[in-house]
Ligand binder design. Structure first.
Ligand SMILES: [Zn+2]
Length: 444
């Protein structure tokens, strides 16, 4: 850990002249938020006026937080970077492990490219960075859902001394991982670091609005209030660079990772597989045994289906197609083309309004969401994880800074284009060609 601070000091001279990049990810911010709710976000409005708004950004399959953030930072699709879902397939566990660790990412993230070029890096709850070489890192190693009391901020996963310092200074702002206090804590830590360490690349992930949407609905008053709070936090972060004297050399990107869709029906696809003898539930539980032949692994709006042994995929497909609320079934070869998990037999998409769980032993395969149950595990009013091709489902991005065109717009881009664009801002190159292309139109 001493090393991280030593490295930081060594790089101080260069840090005042070289252009910097601050990326702020506002979880679940969609194109519609900036297009229709501009009055709630006066600071984003200013940022758009002095920068370039990339309006409709198409996400990846599936539009989940961990795969999306990994695509943003590597410029690759999940089939290549390996983060194909938020959580791992662990049938016996109601709450499986998330992909928390950098070692699971099989493509080069920009923070490693920057680090190898001698730049200093910082990250605040940026997904899948635990155990990485980021100089100043508060790793996200708990599910970003407000009702989970599982606070596991471990010393091992972050930069230990840095986490200790930040927690000592700002830990009182935090109430476990409840929102909006978690974002208050994250913002305070980011502000402190931008001021005192002046990193070359800073990645910040704020999750307030995503939590509010899961719990209250996509266009709820609570979600709008969260959007307004995010606008204020971004303003605070930008102001910090002015105070630190780095503003003139700093490019900012404010982006979303996916949008959300309102839901009121759940599809428990594993119950259909159990009826065919392809998996066995654990008695009295909604989880099931590891000896499955066919299993669904949820991405909320989509689900992966995996098979093993000598099960006939055509028969499985017929069973899935017979379930209410299914919009589309992609076979394994199509899933690879879409950039999803190459190991799946099918990638299944729900109709808007429906989402998948992994549960068994429920009253029916398709079950309405009981409003009383909202806040319990996998009980939502809004979800993501659909294909990025759903209507009005784009995310969005604002670029602003010394290298960026003033008062310009770009109509469309892909989420995987963002990393290569960040690389160009910092004068860096990924070691391998990326799926995404530099968004050249944002540059002056
Ligand atoms: Zn997200």
């Amino acid at each position: 850990m001493g090393l991280a601070f030593w490295v930081g000091n060594q790089k101080e001279d260069a840090s005042m002249t070289q252009n910097k990049l601050v990326v702020i990810s506002l979880d679940s911010m969609g194109f519609r938020d900036l297009n229709e709710l501009r009055e709630l976000v006066p600071h984003f409005d200013q940022l758009i006026n002095r920068g370039t708004w990339v309006k409709k950004v198409r996400g990846i399959f599936p539009t989940l937080t961990y795969p999306s953030h990994t695509s943003i930072i590597t410029g690759q699709y999940p089939a290549v970077h390996g983060i194909v879902n938020n959580t791992k397939l662990q049938p016996r566990r109601l709450s499986p492990d998330w992909y928390w660790y950098r070692k699971d990412v099989r493509a080069m993230p920009l923070y490693d490219v920057a680090q190898q070029a001698g730049m200093t890096t910082a990250a605040f709850l940026w997904p899948v960075t635990a155990g990485s070489k980021i100089d100043y890192n508060l790793a996200e190693i708990f599910p970003n859902r407000i009702w989970t009391n599982q606070v596991l901020v471990s010393l091992k996963a972050s930069s230990p001394l840095f986490l200790y310092e930040m927690n000592k200074k700002y830990g009182k702002l935090r109430h476990g991982i409840k929102q909006p206090w978690l974002d208050d804590f994250v913002t305070a830590c980011a502000v402190d670091t931008l001021k005192n360490k002046r990193p070359d690349l800073t990645l910040i992930h704020l999750v307030d609005m995503d939590s509010m949407r899961h719990r209250n609905g996509v266009r709820s008053e609570e979600a709008k209030a969260a959007l307004h709070r995010l606008d204020e936090r971004v303003a605070q972060i930008i102001q910090t660079t002015k105070d630190a004297g780095t503003y003139e050399h700093t490019n900012f990107v404010v982006l979303g990772d996916h949008y959300q869709i309102n839901v009121d029906q759940m599809i428990h696809l594993n119950m259909a597989f159990e009826q065919h003898g392809w998996l066995q539930s654990l008695p009295g539980k909604t989880t099931y045994r590891n000896n499955w032949q066919v299993t669904a692994k949820t991405c909320d709006g989509e689900t992966y289906v995996y098979t093993r042994g000598n099960v006939d995929p055509a028969e499985v497909k017929q069973v899935i197609a017979g379930v209410e609320g299914i919009q589309r079934i992609y076979d394994g070869a199509e899933a690879i083309k879409l950039g999803a998990d190459p190991r799946c037999t099918f990638l299944v998409e729900a109709q808007p309004g429906y989402y998948f769980t992994d549960e068994v032993n429920r009253p029916a395969i398709v079950e309405p969401v009981d409003p009383q149950s909202i806040g319990e595990h996998d009980r939502y009013r809004g979800v993501h994880g659909y294909g990025p091709t759903q209507a009005n489902y784009y995310t969005t991005a604002i670029f602003a800074g010394p290298q960026i065109k003033i008062n310009a717009t770009v109509e469309t881009a892909h989420l995987v284009d963002e990393g290569p664009t960040f690389a160009k801002i910092l004068g860096l190159h990924y070691p391998e060609p990326t799926a995404g292309q530099v968004i050249e139109d944002v540059f002056r």
